[in-house]
Design a protein around this ligand. Structure first.
Ligand code: G4P
Length: 275
């Protein structure tokens, strides 16, 4: 398979910002994609966070396979991590993040000294959406454009809670091409930086492994052959054709990736915890 690469964004600036902000925070809210929890963990945050209390949010859990999400919760709880499956678009449920974070911090009068939280996560994982839900107003633009970099923001959520929002960036190099595939398939990597056909072929192979019946149900194609052939047939069926009736590979890739990202293939998890 062709290697998946992207333009990483401002890593040095992010490292500096995180290193500056972490000491000011009582706890970290690490937002992961419930469909690919391990692949969406930023190793930089992991390195810099140290023993600072952390709530691991498995966001977009409405798009993930509930059984697999539960398996991740069990897995990380066994490693003493506070894990919370979440749907950030649901404002009521989102407040649970604040309760979970507060429970990790030694009690004090938060009106006198507000709880300070830092929120971090890769692009497109739902940080802005979560912030908007927590604040009850629009505090930053929620847009489906990965790798938009922003300066950190300080937001007063209420009289007891302040939150630092850090820009979502991807790390510069992914040795693990499988993780790269999961990130690309989920939409975390800006599409202009990607070869969509390569990503869609990889996604088709994974979907055949985990959820073959969903592919059959949606596209009416058995897909027992190579994933390239499957994708080609999806393109044909969906009328993704160029002049002369040749399948437009990029459009066919967009059909599969669009269906996967929007939940049209049902609730899907692309990564399971280690056995
Ligand atoms: P970011 O700040 O981390 O980059 O992510 P952002 O909040 O912009 O969210 C990226 C996309 O993910 C948005 O969709 C947002 O609505 C969607 N999203 C966030 N949380 C959830 C969730 O828990 N479940 C689901 N299903 N989607 C979620 P969008 O298409 O860009 O915008 P729109 O649909 O809100 O118009």
């Amino acid at each position: 398979m062709q290697s998946i690469q992207w333009f990483p964004g401002h890593m040095h600036r992010t490292r500096r910002q995180l290193a500056e902000l972490l000491p000011k925070a009582d706890a970290v809210i690490e937002v992961l994609d419930a469909r690919l929890p391990q692949a969406s963990r930023n190793p930089l945050l992991h390195q810099l966070r140290g023993p600072k209390p952390c709530v691991v949010v498995l966001n977009k859990s409405d798009l993930a396979d509930p059984e697999v999400t539960q398996a991740w919760v069990t897995h990380w709880k066994a490693h003493d991590l506070e894990v919370l499956p979440l749907v950030a678009t649901d404002a009521k449920v989102s407040r649970r993040v604040l309760q979970a974070a507060r429970a990790l911090v030694p009690p004090r009068n938060f009106r006198l000294r507000p709880l300070v939280l830092l929120i971090a996560g890769i692009p497109n994982v739902g940080k802005s959406t979560l912030l908007n839900s927590l604040a009850g107003r629009k505090v930053s633009l929620a847009a489906d454009k990965a790798a938009i970099t922003r300066a950190p923001k300080r937001i007063h959520l209420d009289e007891e809670t302040t939150l630092y929002d850090t820009p979502g960036v991807l790390w510069p190099k992914l040795e693990d091409q499988h993780d790269a595939l999961l990130l690309a398939a989920s939409g975390a990597i800006r599409e202009t930086a990607l070869d969509l056909w390569t990503v869609a072929v990889g996604a088709a192979a994974l979907l055949h492994q985990y959820y073959p019946e969903r592919l059959r149900a949606r596209y009416g194609i058995a897909g027992d052959g190579p994933p390239e052939e499957f994708l080609w047939n999806v393109g044909k069926r969906r009328g993704c054709l160029r002049a002369g009736g040749v399948v437009d590979a990029e459009k066919a890739a967009q059909v599969l990736l669009g269906d996967l990202r929007s939940g049209k293939l049902g609730r899907i998890s692309l990564q399971k915890p280690p056995a």
